[in-house]
Design a protein around this ligand. Structure first.
Ligand SMILES: Nc1ncnc2c1ncn2[C@@H]1O[C@H](COP(=O)(O)OP(=O)(O)O)[C@@H](O)[C@H]1O
Ligand SMILES: [Mg+2]
Length: 341
């Protein structure tokens, strides 16, 4: 069972969404629908599975439906058609009380504009979700202090949000989401308002936290680099349609259409592709190709070993941490993988 499953979800905004649904199902485009009916297509037949413990990045241009998609997961938005299953439970079947409980215990959300309470201290902000869960003060403060430490804000717990920089405020937002210990975390453009250096810092921090916590994270961004860094899988939205889902390497190596191609065309593949992705198995490799070998580690990025390979006109022997041979990359195929378009 997938942690999150989205099946044929349509979302149409406007006064009479259901009257327009069939037109969308019959293939009318977002522009046509808007022109003919005044309704806006938010999502158009989105089907998607998200695994437990992965970071799923949803990417697309502004207006492509990213926020609409993520808001379906905690039912801030109801679909016009289709179903959303969280751990097998259809969110539309939840009664009011169950929904409140589900939002408090199942999912936390980190917003682009931080969403902090200005009159609460850092400690109180971080503890807010726990307060909503009914956790008593002492326990709340203990857990909050622990999360404040995990995002590197120890010493700031009694400050107010406006005394902190944007990056620090977003750390508070992150600590608050972590404090409730929900196993799903929704992050809508959470780092988009931050300066580049601070943003990259936050990305590293999230990766470090995630490698321990293994939460199911749905992360929204319009930034390709951010998607490639954070995503185990990436889903790309265009005008409400999910046009491609894949690993970062799938997306880079085989963009599904011109829209995805436009995102990835300037990517430096050598920076994002690891040896193990392009190596071929020992059996597939001829003896001739096992000549003039340079040993590289399976998790090395191409850019780290490319110069050495090119200068020596060598082939690569790919090994794991223990030094076992996992596969080979020939000189020719290495260069080919970089030029492929
Ligand atoms: N509440 C709403 N009412 C009407 N149209 C909306 C509403 N929310 C979003 N939309 C429209 O749905 C589309 C997707 O919006 P959104 O999900 O916010 O995109 P993104 O987050 O990718 O920028 C856009 O065309 C937007 O104008
Ligand atoms: Mg948005």
């Amino acid at each position: 069972m997938s942690k999150i499953e989205i099946n044929n979800v349509f979302k149409i905004f406007g006064p009479k969404p259901s009257s327009v649904l069939q037109m969308v199902k019959d293939g009318s485009s977002k522009e046509e629908i808007l022109e003919k009916t005044g309704h806006t297509v938010g999502l158009d037949n989105v089907t998607l599975k998200i695994n437990e413990g992965e970071t799923f990045v949803c990417m697309g241009l502004s207006g492509s439906g990213k926020s609409t998609l993520i808001r379906h997961l905690n039912r801030l938005i109801d679909p016009t058609d289709g179903e959303i299953l969280i751990e097998g439970t259809n969110v539309m079947s939840l009664k009011k009380e169950e929904l409140i409980d589900f939002r408090r215990h199942k999912m936390s959300m980190v917003f682009q504009r931080f969403g902090l309470f200005p009159h609460k201290t850092v400690l109180q902000n971080v503890g807010y979700g726990l307060e909503m869960q009914g956790v008593e003060l002492e326990k709340r403060n203990n857990v909050s202090m622990e999360k404040i430490e995990s995002v590197g804000l120890t010493g700031f717990e009694n400050q107010f949000p406006n005394q902190l920089s944007g990056g620090m405020q977003q750390r508070v937002g992150l600590a608050r989401a972590l404090a409730t210990d929900t196993d799903i975390m929704l992050m809508d453009e959470a780092f988009s308002a931050l300066d580049p250096l601070i943003r990259s810092d936050m990305q590293k921090q999230l990766l470090a936290l995630q490698s321990e916590l293994k939460k199911t994270i749905v992360f929204i961004t319009h930034d390709l680099d951010e998607s490639l860094k954070l995503g185990d899988h990436i889903g790309i939205l265009n005008a409400g349609k999910l046009v491609q889902v894949g690993t970062p390497v799938d997306i880079i190596m085989n963009p599904a259409d011109d829209y995805v191609e436009a995102f990835v065309k300037d990517v430096n593949r050598a920076k994002v592709i690891k040896a193990k992705i392009i190596m071929k198995s020992i059996n597939e490799t001829t003896n001739e190709e096992k000549n003039n070998l340079i040993k590289i580690h399976e998790d090395q990025f191409i850019e780290e070993f490319l110069p050495q390979v090119v200068c020596n006109n060598a082939n690569c022997e790919v090994v794991d941490k223990q030094g076992n041979v996992k596969g080979y990359i020939t000189n020719k195929e290495l260069q080919h993988s970089l030029s492929k378009s």
